[in-house]
Write a new protein. Structure first.
Length: 66
């Protein structure tokens, strides 16, 4: 594998946004009563991480020579 495998601004930004989505969704499931609206917001944030990654990759932030 490459020394910089996954170590790009695009990858780290996507991981951060995805993690935020999972935290929001997890907190929603721990509430009493369960907040399904907040859960689906968390799912939406997690899916938005894919969009963040592809946009940043197209802008050149996923280059291995960063």
């Amino acid at each position: 594998m490459s020394d910089s495998h996954g170590n790009t601004p695009a990858a780290w930004s996507a991981v951060f946004v995805g993690l935020l989505g999972f935290v929001v969704g997890s907190v929603a499931l721990m509430l009493t009563p369960v907040s399904m609206v907040m859960f689906w917001v968390g799912v939406g944030i997690a899916l938005a991480s894919l969009v963040v990654f592809f946009v940043l990759a197209k802008l050149g932030f996923h280059a291995s020579d960063h």
